[in-house]
Write a protein that binds this ligand. Sequence first.
Ligand code: 6R9
Length: 629
Amino acid sequence: MDDYRKMYEKSVNPETAEAFWGEQATRFIDWIRPFDTVRMGGFEVGDHAWFVGGQMNVSSSCLDKHLPKLASKPAIVWEADEPGTCETLTYLDVLHGTCRIANALKVTGAAKGDFVTIYMPMMPDTAMAMLACTRIGAPHTVVFAGFTASSLRDRILDSQSKWVLTSDVGKRGSKTIKLKEITDAAVSQCPKVQKIFVFKRTGEEVPTNRDVDVHMDELLPKMRPYCPPTPVAAEDTLFTLYTSGSTGKPKGVAHAAAGYLLQAAMTCLYSFDLRETDVFACVADVGWITGHSYIVYGPLCNGATTVMFESVPTYPDPGRYWDLVDRHGVTVFYTAPTAIRALMAHGEAPVKKYSRASLRILGTVGEPINPEAWRWYYEVVGDKRCSIVDTYWQTETGGHVMTPLPGVTPMKPGSCCLPFFGVVPKVLDSQTGAELRETAVDGVLAFGQSWPGACRTVWGDHERYMNTYLLPYPPNYFTGDGCRRDEDGYFWIMGRIDDVLNTSGHRIGTAEVESALVAHQAVAQAATVGYPHDIKGQGICCYLELTKGYEESPELIKELKGAVRSAIGPFATPDLIIAVPLPKTRSGKIMRRILRKVAAGEESQLGDVTTLADPTVVDALITKVKKVQ
Ligand code: 6R9
């Protein structure tokens, strides 16, 4: 901890920060031209920039940098949807594959600065396609291969992509997703798209349009397996990734090449204590920021072996993750609380069937982890011998911003602990914006100064960037999350700010209520929202999914209300408890907006529900809530 504190101090102190970050940037990135200035600008006007004057190439810092030493080291281990179907690509294989795709893009006409949309499943070609874009200095926009044609169209149009990369189909949990068909439907409304590059996943027959389609299985073997890396400026846009805000259309969060890569690589090294012999499995999808930073850029920049997992945790059975761990000797495993809770509902047997002896570190990301799930992860999955790293960050932050360091930071179940290097967390009063300086306080979470991985703009809409992040509490970056800092200075994320309830003058984090509920064995997953209440201001409405084998009954509801009451206090007693399938996005996030609207009786104003994994749950939800209210 002393070392962490010393390094942290160096990383944030204005007198030492430039030397600190200059050193880190030299350590992780191969510079083609050295940078002149470590950082410039700031959050005041949103012009923060890092490593100005420097030129580099992200793919060469992830691949060429490791050669020839790691040429035959596995870089990507692919576990296909079909259990037991795998493929291993060495660093040299990945360099060759990346260069072939880069050359294919170039001969077809793609050039530096052109946006490329990638709509592909979890296969090695997808990682190489991302790296190929960086090879030629073309920013990529990866669209999760579960989005609909209209969402894909909107992202292609917003990024003005001229080039779209896809595959015949995608596979997930034995289901086939017709990616080429969906791409055709999207592109038919995107006049600027010149070519669709089609990779083969299964090789099945798909619709073809010879004028537009480029068949990669025919073109790639003809391409040279080397392509010189195009130098890009440190601040050039590496990629945009769309993320939904609280309102309106998704924002294209834009990241800068050098700063982002440094954030991904450095957090990957420190938060997961990455070593040369590690096999790192981040089981997210590359279509989300977690996949960008911790499947592709972070592990590869560190010369690690990264596992790409195409399937879902319960296919063909709930032991799939642990089977994956044993077969590939996974040492670091990284997933989301929602997956942990889903697996918890199946009990310990599917975990205990596998040895999991290789595991060293278990990570979690995406939402607050309730102490119950944390303990299950620690005790059942990790056999009490693995560190748990609860990593807090956002699409916008590029990489972890608050996390324990494994083996270093004393853990507290449910807390993301302490800031990462360069990050200055502040707890602010949500009304006045004043910084709350006492140690133990509740407020909104903001960051006081730029760190290398902070997003630089919302693509094409800097005003929206300023309004969303930098102007609500100037001169800080506003996360949108509520948090508590405890007496030891540890941070506890309380969920999005709009998820904090105020009932009878008491502030209650929805996460606290949910944690109390899921601690009950009958509850697999819970989501709490506030709704207008005549007397209390806000009433507490809890939606939940029951564990297999439990039925909803007045007795059970009463028991659950009692569980929350005794965990938090009488003021937190839920007004409504409703058992119903929860509306989730394809990445597994519960869409609370929908739950809030339905609880408030505003079902006519649900807004866009197309990003739901299963939009039909909405009707079931409305019917059930009407019955209960
Ligand atoms: C990486 C990612 C960001 C939002 C963020 C917060 C929630 C993420 C968390 C967490 C508590 C953690 N979040 N990690 N909350 N503890 N360890 O998930 O990015 O999809 O942009 O979501 O997720 O609310 O603001 P993104």
